[in-house]
Design a protein around this ligand. Structure first.
Ligand SMILES: Nc1ncnc2c1ncn2[C@@H]1O[C@H](COP(=O)(O)OP(=O)(O)OP(=O)(O)O)[C@@H](O)[C@H]1O
Ligand SMILES: [Mg+2]
Length: 532
């Protein structure tokens, strides 16, 4: 501790003898102390002390009105605060010294003063005072860190509780939402009247937004590691944009895709990446919706130094610098209630990071925003790609499909859609009923819910494996949500494709179509009489 620091110290001098005060003041100023206050009236001390907040008090013991000991008591310096009081005594008895010490004095000086001794005592006490202040500061910053961490912990606990609560609600919304989406889809494909088409589109857009919220809630609660398959990122981008196409078109948002053709297939969770792109595009859209200027979203993919780059660039208003650090926090939103939950980007971040990737925002107010995702290229070379994944699927003759779902409206919607594709569809309300029907006639494909009364998806599948083994590779599961590890493991074990509710009917139709094409036009896996 340098002398320069010590001379900054504030010193309060209290002595009823003006000559003593002057002497001390001179001694102190001579060696550089600058912040000295003094009084000869002990009744003034408390006010002076409060006002000047000294680091050291030089205090005479014997004074009229209030003696030194009374002054010390009056100051009420807490025991854990090191604010030294240096007592000045002429010929005090050892009893007075003892009482002064008991009251809280830190040291004594005997009059007449020895200059060297005075200065040395003061210097030492101030030195200790400074150490104390440093320690205080240190403690305070530690306390602050602890506080912040606690807050963050509470926050993440709150999110976890809230997440599972919301997931429960979201879960309940799945089936009715799938019905709304499916019916709107059917309405649109049937309608010839343009105004009806428009209405159907509006219902679809609204339902899609609900579905997105539901999916975000579920993803928040799910917190599960990516389920990796071979994914073509360009395709994920195209599908996400197709999903939002209608909303974007109605708001005159132009979308430009600049997708590199040489992208490797990556080993990643296609659902999660889809969700990331949908959230980023939705954000860009929402940011530009009320702008007069050009509204354009550019999505760019490319390979750069063994990393896969995905950029979503908008011509929107940009993000103010002061909130850029907060946008990835869960529940941070600048949108009015009912328009944003503040979950989109936090989920994007989590999902990207679970893929060992990074997500960053580059934005300037008035110049638009670029979200940039970098993913390591992880591949699974040992497994060949499904043939012709990219080409349009060849048409296929009508097949017999069994839909198993305990929600009659949902089952009927699915059946109607598949029948429109030329298939013959029958419905079973649960696994046990389905097994009975499978015994009576042959089906080419089963589309089954996983959560059903009487016999649920798992039990149903086990029975199929046992009784109709080849059909076990012709089953598609529809799942509300896979919260439990057991269910997830069950689904993984079956290797059957599964579609998350609420689904888009075109997704279901495509998966069904693909499975039927892959199965070839060959004979039905089992015809009922033989398998018995
Ligand atoms: N492209 C963008 N342009 C301008 N601001 C953006 C953009 N993307 C995100 N933001 C800002 O970041 C905030 C957080 O985004 P995030 O997606 O996490 O939540 P949200 O969009 O508000 O709600 P949710 O996605 O849950 O519906 C937004 O409220 C917005 O202020
Ligand atoms: Mg968002």
């Amino acid at each position: 501790m340098g002398t320069a620091v010590l001379t900054q110290a504030r010193i309060l001098v209290v002595d009823d003898e003006p000559a003593n005060v002057r002497l001390l003041e001179r001694m102190l100023t001579d060696v550089g102390y600058r912040q000295i206050r003094s009084t000869t009236d002990s009744r003034q001390v408390l006010a002076l002390y409060t006002e000047s907040q000294p680091d050291l008090i030089l205090l005479d013991l014997m004074m009229p009105h209030l003696d030194g000991i009374a002054v010390i008591r009056q100051l009420q310096i807490p025991e854990d605060v090191f604010l030294p009081v240096l007592v000045l005594t002429a010929d005090a008895t050892s009893d007075a010294k003892k009482r002064a010490l008991e009251a809280g004095a830190k040291d004594f000086l005997t009059k007449p003063f020895d200059r060297l001794e005075v200065l040395l005592r003061i210097k030492n006490l101030l030195h200790t005072r400074n150490l104390y202040l440093d320690l205080e500061r240190h403690n305070r910053s530690l306390e602050q860190i602890v506080d912040e961490r606690t807050q963050r912990l509470l926050q993440s606990e709150k999110i976890a509780t809230m997440g599972s609560l919301l997931a429960g609600v979201a879960h309940e919304l799945n089936n009715p939402l799938a019905v709304v989406m499916g019916q709107a889809h059917l309405l649109r494909s049937r309608a010839t009247d343009p105004s009806l088409v428009q209405r159907a589109d509006k219902i679809t857009a609204g339902a899609d937004r609900c579905a997105r919220i539901v999916r975000n809630f579920l993803a928040l609660a799910r917190q599960r590691p990516p389920e990796r398959t071979e994914v073509r990122v360009n395709r994920v981008v195209q599908e996400a944009v197709e999903l939002l196409a209608y909303e974007l078109r109605t708001d005159n948002v132009e979308v430009a895709l600049e997708l590199a053709e040489d992208l490797p297939v990556v080993w990643a969770d296609g659902h999660q990446l889809h969700q990331v792109v949908v959230n980023l595009v939705a954000n860009a859209h929402q940011a530009m919706r009320h702008m007069d200027a050009e509204r354009r979203i550019t999505i760019r993919t490319r390979l750069e130094r063994e990393r896969l780059l995905l950029e979503v660039i908008d011509t929107g208003p940009g993000i103010p610098a002061e909130i850029q650090t907060r946008i990835f926090e869960p529940f941070f939103t600048t949108k009015p209630q009912g328009e944003g939950t503040g979950l989109g980007l936090s989920l994007c971040k989590r999902m990207v990071e679970e893929h060992e990737g990074t997500i960053t925002a580059d934005s300037e107010v008035g110049r638009g925003t670029t979200f940039r995702i970098e993913l390591p290229v992880v591949s699974r070379p040992s497994v060949p790609l499904a043939a012709g994944e990219h080409e349009p699927l060849p048409p296929i003759a009508g097949k017999a499909i069994l839909v198993v779902d305990d929600e009659p409206d949902l089952a009927a919607t699915l059946a109607e859609a598949l029948e429109r594709d030329g298939h013959h569809v029958e419905i079973a309300a649960h696994g046990a009923m389905a097994l009975k029907m499978l015994g009576q006639r042959a089906y080419d494909l089963i589309l089954s819910d996983t959560k059903m009364p009487v016999l649920d998806g798992e039990g149903f599948y086990t029975e199929i494996e046992r009784r109709f083994p080849r059909l076990s590779r012709r089953i598609v599961f529809l799942t509300g949500d896979i919260l439990s590890r057991e269910k997830r493991e069950f689904l993984e074990r079956t290797g059957a494709p599964h579609i998350l509710k609420p689904f888009d009917l075109s997704e279901v139709r495509e998966v069904v179509h693909r499975m039927l094409v892959d199965a070839g036009g060959g004979p039905r896996p089992e015809s009922a009489p033989e398998s018995r």
